[in-house]
Design a protein around this ligand. Sequence first.
Ligand SMILES: [Cu+2]
Length: 285
Amino acid sequence: MNSLALINEFLGQPPNASSHGYQIDHILEFCHWFMGALFVGWSAFFIFVLIRFRKRRHPQADHLGVRSGISSHLEFSVVLIEAVLLLGFAIPLWAKRVNQFPPGKEALVVHVVAQQFSFNYHLPGPDGQFGRRDVGFVSNSNPLGLDPNDPAGKDDIVTTGELHVPVNRPVIAELSSKDVIHDFFLPSMRIAGDAIPGSLIPIWFTPIKTGTDEIICGQLCGLGHYGMKGTLVVDTPQDFQAWLKERTELAGGAQGAAPSPSPGAPQQPQNKPPAPAASPSPSGE
Ligand SMILES: [Cu+2]
C-alpha cells in the first residue's frame, strides 16, 4: 500500500487525520494509478498504429478496419473497472458521508458561519443549547447576531479563525454563509462542504489525531479569498474541556459587559430596528 500511497504525497495531500479519510485516499490513489495505466496504454497503442499503418506500407486505406475483438474487450474492461469504482466505492462512501450522521448527543455540533473573508464558529457552551441568532443583532462585536436576551445564548462560544475540536469524537459542522458562497475545507480531515447563503448544510468527520491543521476556503469568494485561512486544533478531551472553560469564561465576561435592554420592555425582538409600519415585509420576517 505504501507505494500506492506515494501518489497522494506527490499531489501534496497532507497526512490523513480523520476516521474515514483512508477510504478517500484509497479512491484517489487507485484512480490516479488507473488513469496512469490508461494513459500509458493508449499512448503505446497510438504509437503502434502510427507505425503499423504508415502510408508507405498501406498506400490504400482499408475500409473494413479492425477485425479482431481485442479493442472491444479492452474498452469493456475499462468500463467495468470504472463502474466498480463508482458503484462499489465512490457512491457508498458518499452515501455514508451524507446520510449516516452520528447521533447529535454523541457528536460535537458546531455552527460554521462563513463571511468575506473568515470563518466564525459558534459552539453551544456548557448548557449544550445554541442561543438564538438574528441578522438584526449582527454588529462588529457580535458577528453572528446572537440574541442578547436569549438565556440559552449567554454561555455560547463564538470564535473566529480557530476551531477547537476533541479527538476521537464525531464533529457535525453546520455550514452557512453571511454573504457569498464559500467552502469550508479541512484537507487533513478529507472533508469539505459549501457554505451557501440561505442554506444550512451539515458535514461530519471524526478526527483521529491530535494536532494543528489548516482550514481553507475552497470556493473563489472574492478578492480576499486567498487569505481565508483558519486553524483546526484537535485537542485531547482534557485540553478541549480546558479550552471550553476558558472560552466560556471569556464569553461570560463579554456578555456581562454588553448593555442589556430595560427589563420592563415587551418580550421578544425589542432590539430589532423597527420596521416601517406602512410597508409589509416581503421576506415574511
Ligand atoms: Cu471564502
